[in-house]
Design a protein around this ligand. Structure first.
Ligand SMILES: C[S@@+](CC[C@H](N)C(=O)[O-])C[C@H]1O[C@@H](n2cnc3c(N)ncnc32)[C@H](O)[C@@H]1O
Length: 144
């Protein structure tokens, strides 16, 4: 059977042209094969009303595919050199996260304030759940 050569994704080409060295300390192994990326995204069964949180979008190859299926993507990338490549993706809003921000601290604060620091999900009733959601909301974490 003839071997079909996959076209590399456009965003990856842009990074390669700029000569950016990927940093293995951040686990920067970038997916290039669009068929594999599409297969992974399809496994997510994303609905058109979904907001997707993508941790580590890298050069955005998967981000653009998720955006084709989701209402919104919130992408969180640690490497500013790669964030620059994400600027070119339409419909992806960019917002800088202050260096002192720590999501673990924020979640600990919410759980402690709502008295759920030591609770387990299976012991919670509906009132507990609503209180927890409201406390997350108060601290700027919103679930949709
Ligand atoms: C394995 S790469 C995946 C890149 C891209 N999603 C793809 O499929 O090609 C991991 C990405 O996560 C980013 N990353 C590593 N640690 C992170 C952190 N703590 N917060 C946000 N992004 C992080 C890296 O810079 C890198 O872009």
């Amino acid at each position: 059977m003839p071997k079909v050569k996959e076209k590399k994704t456009r965003v990856h080409d842009k990074v390669a042209m700029q000569g950016i060295q990927f940093n293995k300390d951040f686990g920067q192994h970038i997916l290039k094969n669009p068929l594999i990326i599409q297969a992974i995204v399809d496994k997510g069964c994303i609905r058109p009303t979904d907001t997707v949180l993508e941790i580590g979008p890298g050069t955005g190859n998967m981000t653009v595919k998720i955006l084709e299926q989701a209402k919104k993507v919130i992408a969180c990338e640690i490497d500013p050199r790669l964030v620059i490549t994400l600027i070119f993706i339409p419909r992806l809003g960019l917002q800088e996260v202050p260096p002192e921000f720590d999501i673990k601290d924020l979640i600990d604060t919410v759980l402690t304030e709502a008295n759920f620091a030591t609770s387990r999900a299976r012991t919670m009733d509906l009132d507990d759940f609503v209180l927890l959601l409201a406390t997350f909301n108060k601290h700027g974490i919103h679930f949709a």
